[in-house]
Write a protein that binds this ligand. Structure first.
Ligand code: ADP
Length: 259
């Protein structure tokens, strides 16, 4: 079993609201098809679909006013729209794909997953069906509602389903010594031991509207998977062939997180 997280920075145009990156989506779906059949679960981020709406209504902060209720539903629906594009593309390519909406099988407490029906996801995947789920606005037991990041969800699915590998596809070549979009001389760290995380490198947030944390959030979440013995890879899904090779277990440029 493998879990593939496709970053919002790859599948959407991050600075244009509700704009999918159709070329990247098509190519990535073709790469998934080329690696098919393989027990796989895909999780995708929100990019310019979920994040701007969630931010506008303060959904990640939980329920504080009635005006957020419409924002909660709008955030979810923006994610449904993006998810539909991906699922339809995979179906067009003949990959048996099913959309799974986190708000219907997951609840959080203080923003962390508390209940999740892993059995549904696992049984679909072993039957040769590809579940495609996403970061979503979900019901939260203490805050009323919250934003569940695709990164947290991908890690929870990988640990809960006993995945051997968790792949994060982002718009940069892996984890760098500093944010490569701000520091041109930053270098990719090919093998990153968890104990080097604090102080050794400068991992930061994304530059665009992102309510769930950029590379820092991703690596922090991924620690749990690494500690569970899962191979965690972060690589550039904007570049052709990287995800295909990673899915096939072939060597490719990127970062492998180590215990
Ligand atoms: P996604 O939305 O694709 O899941 P994010 O955009 O949230 O991913 O996070 C990736 C971004 O994190 C990169 O585009 C980069 O701007 C930023 N970042 C900050 N620090 C680092 C770092 N040390 N190495 C790589 N990327 C970094």
């Amino acid at each position: 079993m493998q879990v593939l997280k496709l970053g919002g920075s790859v599948i959407t145009v991050k600075d244009q609201p509700m704009t999918a990156d159709d070329d990247n989506i098509r190519r990535l779906c073709e790469e998934v098809k080329a690696a098919w059949p393989t027990p796989l679960v895909i999780v995708h981020g929100g990019g310019s679909f979920g994040h701007p709406v969630a931010k506008k209504y303060g959904i990640a902060e939980g329920f504080t006013s009635e005006r957020q209720v419409l924002g909660f539903t709008r955030t979810h629906q923006a994610m449904v729209a993006l998810n539909t594009i991906i699922v339809d593309t995979l179906l067009d390519l003949g990959v048996p794909t099913i959309s799974l909406s986190p708000s219907t099988f997951i609840m959080t407490r203080d923003g962390r997953i508390e209940d999740i029906n892993l059995e549904i996801v696992g049984r679909l995947a072993v039957k040769g069906i590809l579940p495609v789920t996403y970061g979503d606005a979900v019901v939260d037991r203490t805050k009323g509602f919250s934003i569940l990041s695709g990164d947290q969800l991908a890690v929870r699915l990988a640990t809960g389903l006993g995945a051997s590998r968790l792949l994060f596809g982002v718009d940069v070549d892996g984890v760098y010594t500093s944010n490569p979009k701000l520091v041109p001389e930053a270098r990719v760290i090919e093998s990153l031991p968890l104990d080097k995380l604090d102080g050794y490198i400068k991992i930061g947030e994304a530059l665009t509207t992102d309510v769930t944390g950029g590379m820092l959030g991703k690596v922090s979440e991924a620690k749990t998977a690494v500690n569970a013995g899962i191979e965690v890879f972060i690589g550039n899904a904007s570049k052709a062939g990287v995800i295909l090779k990673a899915l096939r277990g072939e060597a490719v440029k990127g970062t492998i997180l180590k215990r």
